[in-house]
Design a protein around this ligand. Structure first.
Ligand code: UD1
Length: 417
């Protein structure tokens, strides 16, 4: 049971370089199964979700090697198309393997995946799209059996711009015969990154970011060396931490455009931002102002993955803020923990009303999901006194040694066993 101990109350000052985005690396690793050649993925942080994904891929016959921040993945001899149930339950992204396994082996078996418990996360959009591409799918005893003997390009319209479904379909389409057109596709930067990766492997994908993606299937793809985009959610978490705790936080290796919805909000909340081409500096001295209304939406809207962190900032802001969570319904479970620290938040359905208080007090709290856990670290760094956070393993899924990152900014955070 891994816990964090935080002595709060210090401003945050320093510079942090952001590494590749977890949510870009995971689908890219899955897509590396589309070729027999080796792929080198650079700048990859050491995250639990990534090592779980590598373990799953090793179970399929892939050879994965890490040298510092570079992963080399060789899938010349895939021995299985069946994702082991126990590992799939650990990691929702295991589901990304369906698309590439179908492309490469025309068959796939995947258990219903796990991941953070942030609400119902159905797979209907993925499965409907694959069926439209000619895949025969049967579900039984928690497993999904896919027969892609008749996999072919198709016109697929998504009912909702699901990130995972868009990625899965792009990967299946890359080696399908004919052209696939995905409309109402997700527009997240990670989708464009996957497009760029598949194209670096010799694929032909266009339109990512526009909502309409066109994939011309290829008979085979080749290996490549690729550096995924920097993690906009880690970058956003640190900017929000600076705005909450006060201080001067500089983050480098970022794409400011990917953070626009957050920068727009922060700009209005009495913090000074200096935005350069790949560097953002935030200075915040004094209490931040509230956000009138923050509503999570698919990109380019405000990301659900930064909502909990923004809630912590609003808890200590001047004024009252309203937060509407449209993507994952149980993200508000963090409210119970923040209340223990003195926050004043009421929730009804998908809306939270956050009345800013002057300060938070340290308490014993528990992380229930990845982003909620990171938000509690911000709350602990802001609070007077000591905070312990149980369930640090959730945070490790998406933040590389969060205690070291916060210590580098001058916070006092320790890991207890
Ligand atoms: C990805 C991100 C996650 C982020 C989310 C939304 C990864 C590894 N994870 O998750 O960090 O919070 O995008 O930006 O990239 N839905 C359905 N049916 C489906 C698929 C999704 O109803 O078949 C619903 C979900 O329940 C949810 C919404 O669509 O309410 C968004 O889900 P989706 O975009 O698919 O998120 P993920 O790909 O799971």
């Amino acid at each position: 049971m891994s816990r964090l101990l935080i002595k709060g109350g210090r401003p945050l000052c320093g510079e942090i370089r952001i590494k590749a985005a977890k949510n870009a690396v995971l689908p890219i690793l899955a897509a590396s199964l589309l070729t027999k050649d080796p792929c080198e993925i650079c700048d990859v942080p050491a995250l639990a979700d990534i090592s779980n994904m590598l373990r799953i891929m090793q179970g399929l016959g892939t050879n994965c090697k890490r040298e510092e921040d570079v992963l080399t993945v060789r899938s010349d001899d895939l021995t299985s198309y069946s994702v082991p149930t126990d590992l799939a339950k650990e990691l929702r992204s295991s589901f990304f393997l369906l698309g590439p396994l179908l492309g490469r082996m025309r068959r796939a078996v995947v258990a219903y995946p796990g991941g953070c418990d942030i609400g119902v996360r159905p797979l209907d959009i993925h499965l409907k799209g694959l069926r439209e591409m000619g895949v025969a799918i049967e579900e039984s005893h928690g497993n999904i059996f896919c027969d892609g003997t008749r996999l072919r390009g198709a016109d697929v319209a998504l009912d909702f711009p699901s990130v995972g479904a868009t990625e899965n379909l792009m990967m299946a389409a890359a080696l399908a015969e004919g052209t696939t057109r995905i409309s109402n596709a997700a527009k997240e930067p990670e989708i464009t990154d996957l497009q760029n990766f598949i194209n670096a492997m010799g694929g032909k994908v266009g339109g990512a970011g526009s909502g309409k993606i066109v994939v011309e299937g290829r008979a085979s793809l080749h290996g490549c060396k690729y550096t995924p985009i920097p993690d906009r959610i880690v970058a956003g978490t640190l900017l929000i931490a600076g705005a909450t705790c006060g201080g001067d936080v500089c983050i480098t290796n970022v794409v400011p455009e990917h953070l626009e919805p957050l920068l727009f909000k922060i700009n209005k909340s009495a913090c000074f931002l200096d935005v350069r081409s790949d560097k953002i500096t935030l200075s915040c001295h004094g209490r931040p102002h509230h956000f009138d209304k923050l509503e999570t939406q698919p990109y380019p809207g405000f990301p659900t993955d930064l909502q909990s962190q923004a809630m912590v900032m609003m808890s200590v802001a001047e004024g009252t803020s309203v937060i509407v969570e449209n993507i994952f319904e149980t993200r508000f479970r963090i409210v119970r923990e923040l209340t223990k620290m003195g926050a004043s938040i009421t929730v009804k359905d998908r809306t939270a009303v956050v009345r800013g208080v002057k300060g938070l007090e340290g308490a014993s709290v528990s992380a229930g999901d990845l982003r909620g856990g990171a938000a509690l670290v911000i709350a602990g760094a802001k609070a007077e006194g000591y905070t312990t956070i149980d369930g640090a393993r959730y945070i490790d899924r998406g933040y590389e040694s969060i205690e070291k990152t916060f210590c580098a900014l001058g916070a006092d955070v320790k890991r207890l066993g």
